[in-house]
Design a protein around this ligand. Structure first.
Ligand code: SF4
Length: 253
């Protein structure tokens, strides 16, 4: 095997491994491969050929493809991630915070300016409102729940994350949820709800009803930032949160 072929094989293996980590278990025909060839075509080299499908891992392996067995290990495994272009403008990666054994995981869209600066999720004005919902509404300490986002790095100008950025980051969220094993997920806002549920249904129709994300009951509700702009929607959020509390056997009195 020539040096070029060994190098091509190494690149191909790394590419396939990352696709598997990202949850891809099949390569559609025509997908470009590193070096410009398409899946199903034979790249330049000594008879190398693209596999028809990617083995996403052994049976029983984590669905995320990540191997960390606790949240600290997962944070280390993610490292100084540059798997998508959101890494370019971030101050720091915002992994998530809270109780690793939480019964509830709150999932937002992505870090904003304050979160990017502090390295923690939901710390700005919207974060204060989320804290009030948890502490004054649910009557539990914020440290009892786990809070994270769909993407871990701040999108420039607070734009929505692009699909390829969500795809690159989703193994991290999947593994966070695999490790925390919550009884309930609360999706905060349209983007988180539509992304987790793989739907374009408006948040106004998603909220208030139970859905499921990878086997975990999921309640979509409005994002706290939306409530800051439209305080009248607090009543709907409280109705959604009461359903979560009811499901967990918590008193909403
Ligand atoms: S958004 Fe996610 S995939 Fe993209 S650089 Fe940040 S941690 Fe990595």
């Amino acid at each position: 095997m020539s040096q070029d072929t060994r190098s091509l094989a190494r690149d191909l293996a790394a590419h396939v491994q990352w696709m598997a980590l990202s949850g891809v278990d099949e390569i559609p025909p025509g997908l470009p491969w590193p070096g410009g060839a398409a899946a199903g075509e034979v790249p330049d080299g000594e008879g190398a050929s693209a596999p028809a499908a990617v083995d996403a891992g052994d049976a029983g392996a984590p669905a995320s493809g990540l191997v960390a067995t606790d949240l600290g290990g997962l944070r280390s495994e993610i490292g100084d991630c540059k798997r998508c272009r959101l890494s370019a403008a971030r101050t720091q990666l915002v992994f998530g915070s809270g109780n690793p054994d939480a019964r509830i995981v709150f999932v937002g869209e992505g870090p904003g300016r304050d979160e990017d600066r502090q390295g923690l999720p939901f710390v700005g004005r919207a974060g204060e409102l989320l804290t009030d919902i948890i502490q004054k509404g649910m009557k539990i300490d914020r440290s009892e729940v786990y809070i994270c986002n769909v993407v871990k790095c701040r999108p420039p100008d607070n734009r929505n994350p692009e699909p390829e950025e969500v795809d690159a980051c989703s193994p991290f969220l999947i593994r966070q949820i695999e490790l925390v094993q919550p009884e309930v997920i609360v999706a905060l806002g349209k983007f988180a709800a539509q992304t987790l549920l793989q739907t374009t249904t408006p948040i106004t129709r998603l909220r208030g009803r139970w859905h499921e994300y990878r086997g975990v009951p999921l309640m979509p509700t409005f994002h706290p930032a939306h409530l800051l702009r439209n305080p009248a929607f607090k009543r709907e959020v409280w109705e959604d949160i009461k359903q979560v509390m009811q499901r967990l056997g918590m008193s909403a009195a």
